[in-house]
Design a protein around this ligand. Sequence first.
Ligand SMILES: NC(=O)c1ccc[n+]([C@@H]2O[C@H](COP(=O)([O-])OP(=O)(O)OC[C@H]3O[C@@H](n4cnc5c(N)ncnc54)[C@H](O)[C@@H]3O)[C@@H](O)[C@H]2O)c1
Length: 462
Amino acid sequence: MAKYDVIIIGSGPGGYVCAIRCAQLGLKTACVEGRETLGGTCLNVGCIPSKALLHSSHMLHEAEHNFAAMGLKGKSPSVDWKQMLAYKDNTIAQNTKGIEFLFKKNKIDWLKGWGSIPEPGKVKVGDEIYEANHIVIASGSDSSTLPGVEIDEKIVVTSTGALELGKVPKKLVVIGAGVIGLELGSVYSRLGAEVTVIEYLDTITPGMDGEVQKTFQRLLRRQGLTFVMGAAVQKVDATKTKAKVTYQLRKDDSDHQIEADTVLVATGRKPFTDRLGLDALGVKLTDRGEIAVDARWQTNVEGIHAIGDCITGPMLAHKAEDEGMALAAILAGKHGHVNYGVIPSVIYTHPEVAMVGQTEQQLKEEGRAYKTGKFPFMGNGRAKANFAADGFVKILADKKTDRILGAHIIGPSAGELIHEICVAMEFGASAEDLALTCHAHPTYSEAVREAALACGDGAIHA
Ligand SMILES: NC(=O)c1ccc[n+]([C@@H]2O[C@H](COP(=O)([O-])OP(=O)(O)OC[C@H]3O[C@@H](n4cnc5c(N)ncnc54)[C@H](O)[C@@H]3O)[C@@H](O)[C@H]2O)c1
């Protein structure tokens, strides 16, 4: 029976990163994966493929809307859907093969198949049993379903089916105005679909800063997306070619219907812990079905650990990666830590949306005195040159100490800009520290500095 120091179940960003770090720290490591390729949801049917489609649809938008004004004349490109999917698949393959290469390089065994834990210290894959001093569950998450809505991944799809549609739908209904619904909804809107987003709450992107939510929704409306807010989807009736979505408006309980060629169900994800045998082992779950762990990612069963989407916290690849690295350090006898207060969150639309730390709403609820420094991209030279002047940077800092408590950005490359603030927060920086740091001109980053300046004596270009 082969024996390892660590066996990790799942090769998504949590699992594969944990495996690489374990191997780098000298632990004999194996990773169990039942998909045909490594990388989990993120690389195969999530972050990476959706970014390929976001990129190509954004290029089309630029060609249709901004090329002529930039002095680039000629026929706009048209959509070759098959080629776009091939580009997406090629992007996936490059990334998943990259992980396979890294596994070989670090001498990590890929145990192919679905793993279960028949008893502590043992992992079963197919008919084989492997021994391990430590088992790490990194089994990820799966799309949640709605009562009355049956997913066929053709007409009624989750984010997985939405990346494989036979054609660009004429009418797309998206259920849920969260990250997935808006990223994929805006892709198909740019490719020519008429997109209606039905959202239960009165605001989009739950948990985001209120001002960002409003600006974001206004910009998406301007791009052509239609929103039905405060509406609970009751059921979806689908045929082989069409679907009818029934929803109820919360304000007056009235029932409404809307037809679509494709319905995307994007109402959240749930921890994926099937087939692991956790019940028999007595591994405790939270009341939300997440694997319960302590501060060292240890479950209630000695030697069984869990990280990523299957435990509590934001379902984000980078959160899982950080947990994977920290846990590997602990398993190798070192110190491992994740600062959950500084985990950025990004929505990869155009413009991008990014946040880190606390929102104004949270600070108000806490009764914390804070100040706000805000700067619009309209005052940023680079953004104006690039037809990207929508949005703003907002920095929140403690009123007394000036320490940065959070930042909220909607605008060009927001997902890159946010990291300057993450680093600042990790170092306990004040808004003045950022404001006193020289920023190259002309860059989008200057908008971050201007927002920091606005926390003090004022922005220059506002
Ligand atoms: N860019 C990224 O970081 C990224 C990308 C994709 C997914 N994810 C993660 O994946 C997870 C799932 O994303 P998601 O967008 O599916 O979920 P979400 O939780 O972000 O949004 C789901 C939305 O659906 C609404 N909703 C729920 N039931 C409804 C109903 N019956 N009718 C109408 N609306 C309803 C909710 O109010 C909510 O606004 C999230 O944790 C997200 O962070 C992140």
